[in-house]
Ligand binder design. Structure first.
Ligand SMILES: [Zn+2]
Length: 243
């Protein structure tokens, strides 16, 4: 998550999980010594528990949330409900891998449908923080958004790029491989100065890393229906036999 500080207010990319909301509140109030009302907008890049799960709870505190309504299709209906349960389970799996001693199990379940205060469109300025624009960059899910600060050349890409040594790897899932590659090509055209990645940190723009990712990104979708079992198997193997 990135909290962008302005004199006029604070902007948050993304909402994090439900369990992150208090953490952000504590940081704003106790570390930045600013009132919670200074948080003017929470953006949601896509429908995954670690990106959209906290949004409802920020909104409940009176903070406006912004995203695309297409996000609500991700967890809609019976299939959507199964995807929701799997996504929450995967979030707990990540937590189990990363947790430190003393970390307590927290509730990560959240409402599947969001009612955005602001709907974001491709190429349009963000509300309140008009120096940023939102970009439709789908493929990881059906409706991912990236956020671009043209003047400073900063591009928040959510989960679309996952950093690793010497470049990037693709996220999981890739539900629309064609759209995903188009999103990466959009980044190539923009040539930002740096990327803000949801996982992990800031990375300076290097064209060859992006070109390599476009070349090696899968041609077929990788989603829960065809890729989940090996993921769970590898996790169980590592978690129970390495720990
Ligand atoms: Zn994601």
């Amino acid at each position: 998550m990135y909290l962008i500080e302005y004199e006029k207010g604070l902007l948050l990319f993304d909402s994090g999980t439900r369990a992150d909301v208090d953490l952000v509140k504590d940081y704003i109030v106790n570390t930045l010594s600013r009132p919670m009302e200074d948080l003017k907008l929470v953006l949601v890049s896509h429908a995954h528990p670690d990106h959209s799960g906290g949004a409802f709870y920020f909104q409940k505190m009176g903070v406006p949330i912004a995203g695309t309504d297409l996000l609500n299709e991700w967890y809609a209906g019976v299939t959507g409900f199964i995807v929701y349960l799997v996504d929450v389970a995967l979030t707990y799996m990540v937590w189990m891998k990363k947790k430190k001693e003393g970390d307590k199990l927290k509730n990560l379940f959240f409402p599947r449908k969001l009612h955005f205060d602001f709907l974001l469109e491709d190429g349009k300025k963000l509300p309140v923080f008009s120096d940023w624009i939102s970009l439709s960059c789908a493929g990881h899910t059906e409706s991912d958004l990236s956020f671009y600060h043209q003047k400073d050349g900063i591009l928040y890409v959510g989960d679309n790029l996952i950093s690793q040594k010497n470049g990037f790897i693709v996220p999981y899932p890739i539900v629309n491989p064609k759209a995903y590659k188009e999103s990466l090509r959009k980044y190539l055209e923009l040539k930002p100065r740096k990327f803000l990645l949801a996982h992990y940190g800031e990375v300076p723009y290097q064209e060859e890393h992006l070109v390599r990712l476009i070349r090696t990104a899968p041609e077929k979708s990788r989603r829960h229906g065809n890729a989940l079992i090996p993921i769970i198997y590898n996790f169980m193997k590592k978690f129970f036999f390495v720990h």
